[in-house]
Design a protein around this ligand. Structure first.
Ligand code: PMP
Length: 429
């Protein structure tokens, strides 16, 4: 079928009636499908069950430096865990700090401390300033935006382009406005667009002059090894780029094993200049005597090096790639030639980002919900939950089973068509 915009009013009405019939059929099936969050499916979690057997009561539970992991200490992690994350993030071991189970927790606390106490090099704590602003490449990760909202940091939407955020706008804004203290970045297989920042974007972020001397890039490398294909995207190292550009303290990098081993029971880490980490370590040692070292031991025994991580992630990819393929082929089959929506084809990460016609996303999500398909709330991928064009829908294919996913995408495609036709009809003279 050709694009709907070419159809007459009566043809559109006829098409709508036909789709409504199919939709009522789905409604009567009482579906209960949840695609709202990017969670690993049980089969992915099963891949890490062996990890639970690697620590036992027969063990000495000693780290490589002899530290007793059952006891207090090791505020910034086991030496061998630092080595692993240093390799993963391509930094020195002195530039790594291991945290608890959540990188979001590390980022939240980073911002909280910045507001209360400032960051390394701040003249005043950010919270003492009349206004603090953050740049938010969007669509982006809703929980980053929630942190800003919590601390009343004003968010500025920055458009995402095919190779990262709109750098011309960013460079102009940070040069002029001292209140802009940072930017959120998911630089690899971004949430939700699946975009990896180009080398040029990395270099420009690292080198751009900023009016705020204590400007920080929150480099959330959540999908660092989460490839879906044999040709992974390559991301230039931000810490190295910042050093080279003469801004060594600008980048704060984060990663975790949440979507490598167990979500919620993984290991999180932060990488930054030794000066940044020295400043943070002092504050952190007031907050905690140390993270869960037994979990670190379990992880390092299960995934001792990058090669093991690679093999493990290939197994993850084998489980979820068919789900991504299924979503993409259904979108193509149902919407491909209708000019109603566009979507990305990610090489990794956890999401497919669907853009409907302007003004349709909210209606599509609520129509899908009526038929028992829960999607991420429309608008959630934008600061303050407000998508200025009301068009972005985040699809999280990993958790449902393949048959569930197929039904959910059928419903989604149906809803996109119905809402689009209604909109076209409302606009016809
Ligand atoms: N950052 C991004 C971009 C994410 O998508 C997620 C998980 N949805 C997180 C961070 C959360 O990571 P963690 O489990 O380490 O807190």
């Amino acid at each position: 079928m050709s694009g709907y915009e070419q159809l007459s009013i009566s043809e559109l009405k006829e098409q709508l009636a036909q789709l409504e019939g199919v939709y009522e059929g789905y409604k009567s099936r009482n579906l209960k499908l949840d695609m709202s969050r990017g969670k690993p499916c049980p089969e992915q979690l099963d891949l890490s069950m062996g990890m639970l057997d690697l620590v036992s009561s027969k063990d000495t539970l000693k780290a490589s430096d002899g530290m007793d992991c059952r006891n207090y200490g090791g505020v910034d992690g086991l030496p061998e865990m630092k080595v692993l994350f240093a390799r993963l993030l391509e930094v020195d071991t002195g530039e790594i700090m291991i945290g608890g189970s959540s990188s979001l927790n590390l980022m939240h606390d980073m911002i909280a401390r910045a507001m209360l106490l400032g960051v390394y090099g701040s003249e005043v704590p950010w919270g003492k300033l009349p206004v603090v602003k953050f740049l938010c490449p969007s669509p982006g990760y809703d929980r980053h935006f929630a942190i800003c909202e919590l601390f009343q940091i004003e968010m500025i939407v920055i458009d995402m382009q095919h190779d990262g955020p709109d750098m011309d706008t960013i460079e102009r804004l940070v040069r002029e406005d001292e209140a802009i203290k940072g930017i959120w970045c998911v630089p690899k297989y971004s949430n939700p667009d699946g975009i990896t920042y180009s080398d040029e974007v990395v270099d420009r972020l690292a080198a751009m002059p900023t009016k705020a001397a204590d400007f920080r890039i929150i480099w959330d490398d959540a999908y660092i090894v989460h490839h879906l294909t044999d040709q992974p995207d390559l991301l230039k190292n931000m810490l190295a780029a910042c050093k080279k550009a003469g801004n060594p303290d600008r980048a704060l990098m984060f990663a975790s094993t949440s979507k490598i081993t167990f979500s919620g029971s993984g290991i999180a880490a932060m990488a930054a200049s030794a000066a940044n980490l020295g400043f943070i370590r002092k504050q952190l040692s007031i907050q905690t005597i140390g993270p869960d070292k037994i979990n670190q031991l379990r992880h390092i025994r299960f995934l001792p090096d990058l090669e093991h991580i690679q093999v493990h992630m290939a197994k993850q990819a084998a489980l979820i790639r068919p789900k991504f393929d299924s979503v993409l082929s259904k979108l193509e089959a149902e919407l491909g030639d209708k000019h109603l929506a566009t979507w990305n084809k990610p090489n990794g990460g956890y999401f497919i980002s669907l853009n409907t016609m302007d003004g349709c996303a909210k209606a599509v999500v609520s129509k899908a919900a009526e038929a028992g398909v829960t999607l991420t709330q429309a608008g959630a991928t934008y600061p303050y939950g407000q998508d200025p064009r009301d068009r972005n829908i985040r699809i999280a294919p990993t958790y449902p089973t393949l048959p569930e996913l197929e039904s959910a995408i059928d419903v989604l495609c149906l809803c996109v068509q119905m809402v689009s036709i209604s909109k076209l009809l409302s606009e016809k003279p």
